[in-house]
Design a protein around this ligand. Structure first.
Ligand code: PYC
Length: 334
């Protein structure tokens, strides 16, 4: 009988779960986190499934494993593990992981209040505010984000023809704004949006094959998330979204990479200027504060450098056994 033990710290970022594997993660080979991600996917994906899927996780579960940085001037490397796979970048996951790492002393930043984090999608510069042992907020400067395609169409079996844009913010998002056949997320339940998204994501990737590939890292490709939008609950919010990820999840946070993609979309359409605050509200009403820090370019495309600020709360330790006598050692999904 073999039993593997993982020491985890659990938290949530604005309502969405984050489980940091603080002990028991595998050694990975690679000269950057993108290569280490590929190694993990090839050889250790069972760990993700065991810790994210039922019965030890659930549809929304997401987490990370922290690694020493490859470049000594950085503070930490991160591998994101989610029900959807190993995302190149995850905003809510980064905010939660950094909160856990600081509060639990898992990393010691070279400069207090600042962290340079190596993610598979690139280097993420982070600032955070700490009061005593608690982290009040984390602000991350995300990877270059850009609008990849404008006004594509897809026929949804239930709603009819939908027009959508595709933007990159660390993952590729199909952004579906209110229109003739879609009145907005305020008129839909999470369950409805999940059922619609499952089919639509497949249809979009089948209709537009090879169209969404990161210009500098071809391992990042395809629409992985659907971002539905609609009316705000809080009048102080700029906009609201419901992000579909994995197979059955609507993000409880406003989604960091989704917010970055949406700011790139708004910027390209002249709706958001450099430096302007973008308060993004989630399906449950929690908020991130976004901002365009820089206008830039990526492989000849107009791009932005977005920042996202949010908070997380740590809620417990979780020592998880994965026992090969357990028929559900590698998790399951229904
Ligand atoms: O915050 O970037 C994010 C994210 C991706 C999937 C779920 N949350």
């Amino acid at each position: 009988m073999a039993r593997k033990t993982f020491f985890c710290v659990d938290a949530h970022t604005c309502g969405n779960p984050v489980r940091v594997i603080a002990g028991g993660g595998p050694q990975l080979i690679g000269s950057n986190m993108s290569e280490k991600r590929q190694h993990f996917i090839r050889e250790f994906d069972w760990i993700r499934k065991a810790l994210m899927f039922e019965p030890r996780g659930h549809d929304m579960m997401s987490g990370s494993i922290l690694y020493p940085p490859l470049d000594p001037q950085n503070d930490v490397g991160i591998l994101f593990i989610e029900t959807s796979g190993c995302l190149p970048m995850c905003g809510h996951g980064a905010i939660g992981s950094i909160t856990i790492a600081i509060e639990e002393g898992l990393i010691t930043p070279k400069t207090p209040g600042k962290i340079r984090m190596e993610a598979p999608a690139g280097l993420i510069e982070i600032t955070y505010k700490q009061t005593g042992n608690k982290v009040d907020w984390v602000k991350l400067t995300n990877v270059k984000s850009y609008l990849a395609a404008l006004e594509l169409t897809i026929v949804c079996e239930t709603l009819g023809e939908l027009v959508f844009d595709v933007a990159y913010g660390g993952n590729f998002y199909a952004i579906i704004d209110p229109q003739k056949n879609f009145s907005g997320i305020q008129d839909f339940s999470a369950g409805n949006l999940i059922r619609l998204s499952q089919k639509l994501r497949q249809q979009i990737n089948a209709k537009y094959p090879g169209m969404f590939v990161h210009p500098e890292d071809p391992t990042i490709n395809g629409v992985s998330h659907i971002q539905w939008t609609g009316n705000v609950i809080n009048p102080k919010s700029t906009a609201r979204n419901a992000v579909f990820y994995g197979d059955k999840a609507i993000d409880r946070s406003p989604c960091g990479t989704g917010t970055s993609a949406r700011m790139a979309q708004w910027h390209a359409k002249g709706l958001l200027n450099l430096g302007e605050e973008f308060v993004h509200e989630s399906f449950i009403g929690s908020q991130f504060v976004g901002r365009i820090e820089q206008q830039t370019e990526l492989a000849g495309k107009t791009a932005i450098v977005p920042s996202i600020q949010g908070w997380a709360r740590v809620y417990g330790y979780n020592t998880i056994f994965v026992d090969d006598q357990d028929p559900y050692a590698k998790g399951f999904q229904v």
